[in-house]
Write a new protein. Structure first.
Length: 187
């Protein structure tokens, strides 16, 4: 195994409306690398995945956002989908949870529309990242530099554009989670 995550616990923060493959593929890759993966959401019960605009499967939530702290995890994954990050970024507990990973210098991986939550958490200023193209203006207005790349890593912050980038996204996220804390990963 290239990177062993057997001693790592990774949070996936998502709510209804997430792009299903952007949760399932990273979760499977992380578990294959040995990580314990927990789904954290705004509510207990199940959350609804989507395949683009079509309802897909429901997934059980491991922890409500009010039950956990970032210091319980070694890294964070933020899947996309349009509704998911839009709902997360207006929830102050979710925003603070995301920000805490940066304050603790922990790696974070966000794909597609996932960086919207990073913008709201105030952690993109001075950083370079990629995303779904429609987020470019939001990222630049928040002080970040947007690039059109399959995957981009900036001091422990891994970002990708879309589901087609998942192989590169998962590989780079696992590498960053294996490396652990990054001193330049700050809020």
């Amino acid at each position: 195994m290239k990177h062993d995550l057997s001693q790592k616990t990774i949070a996936i923060l998502a709510t209804d409306g997430f792009e299903q493959i952007e949760l399932t593929r990273p979760r499977a890759a992380l578990e294959e690398a040995g990580a314990t993966v927990r789904i954290v959401s705004l509510k207990k019960g199940d959350i609804q995945g989507f395949n683009h605009a079509d309802k897909a499967d429901s997934f059980p939530v491991d922890h409500g956002i009010d039950e956990v702290e970032a210091d319980e995890f070694d890294g964070l994954v933020l899947p996309g989908g349009v509704h998911n990050p839009d709902a997360l970024r207006v929830n102050q507990d979710a925003v603070q949870f995301v920000r805490a990973f940066f304050e603790q210098h922990k790696p974070v991986a966000a794909i597609c529309h996932g960086p919207w939550t990073l913008v709201e958490a105030g952690v993109v200023k001075g950083r370079t990242l990629t995303s779904w193209p429609s987020l470019r203006t939001d990222i630049e207005n928040a002080g970040g530099e947007w690039v059109d790349e399959e995957v981009h890593c900036d001091q422990g912050l891994v970002t990708s554009r879309k589901p087609d980038d998942l192989d590169a996204f998962c590989d780079k996220a696992i590498e960053e989670f294996a490396e652990g804390k990054h001193s330049a990963q700050t809020a």
